[in-house]
Write a protein that binds this ligand. Structure first.
Ligand code: 0O2
Length: 213
């Protein structure tokens, strides 16, 4: 594929990412105004880099004419939550949506990856309206806590830093310890979640009262 072909190929994915970001940000705002507490902290999205698509296709043995079905995370949405309980609520809200179709789920929270990575992934089919008609593209929605995201962001950047060479053993060990610490932090925060949510609601109410005065 040359540059123009890639542009055409990636266009529906770019549109899917933009639309899904708007939809989940709006879901956050709606839940916040309806319930005063939003299970979504923030939302990001990206279209996978061409080099990363090619590398993954090679690793998984996906032929170039089957990238659409073979690489499921070309369009990627990331939803960050404060607490682990929120992840399950958000996943359920996604399952119930009418504007996308759930394909399957990967629970890297119950079954963390060997690296220490924890996150909940939903692979969905999302229809985008193009000038040629409706086109369904696959997208990966990753739902994680802030602690899981912190760990994954650092670990991901270290992989980029070391590129092809393997991570040194001591770095790997420290990352594994950090993953355990992030897990403990999530457990601790979950156990005091109800107290925190109550405090946040009170704070919101007081701020609203102050802005009315
Ligand atoms: P980007 O944005 O393209 O650089 P794999 O076969 O290892 O790629 P798997 O198990 O099939 O992954 O996972 P999946 O559901 O396809 O998700 C791949 C994405 O999940 C990765 O995208 C990361 O965002 C995230 N992820 C999966 N495993 C790890 C991990 O061990 N550490 C970190 N930091 N992130 C992980 P890319 O390709 O890295 O992202």
């Amino acid at each position: 594929m040359d540059g123009r072909d890639w542009k055409k190929f990636l266009f529906p994915y770019e549109q899917a990412v933009e639309e899904l970001k708007v939809k989940f940000k709006s879901l956050r705002a709606e839940l916040k105004s309806r319930e005063e507490y939003a299970p979504i902290e923030f939302v990001t999205g990206r279209v996978k880099k061409i080099s990363s698509i090619l590398e993954k296709a090679k690793r998984l043995g996906v032929p170039m004419d089957q990238l659409e079905q073979g690489i499921e995370d070309i369009a990627g949405i990331r939803i960050m939550c404060q607490f682990e309980q929120d992840i399950h609520r958000v996943a359920q809200l996604i399952r119930e949506r009418q504007d996308l179709k759930l394909v399957y789920e990967k629970d890297y929270i119950t079954y963390k990856k060997e690296s220490g990575y924890r996150s909940y992934h939903l692979i969905v089919e999302y229809p985008v309206q193009t000038s040629l008609g409706l086109k369904a593209v696959l997208a990966e929605i990753q739902i994680r806590t802030l602690a899981m995201n912190f760990w994954a962001t650092i670990e991901h950047s270290l992989h980029y830093k070391y590129k092809e060479s393997v991570l040194p053993e001591d770095v790997r060990e420290r990352l594994s310890k950090a993953a355990e610490a992030a897990y403990q932090l999530d457990q601790e925060m979950s156990s005091i979640r109800d107290d925190i949510v109550e405090a946040q609601k009170l704070f919101e109410d007081q701020s609203n009262l102050v802005s009315l005065v």
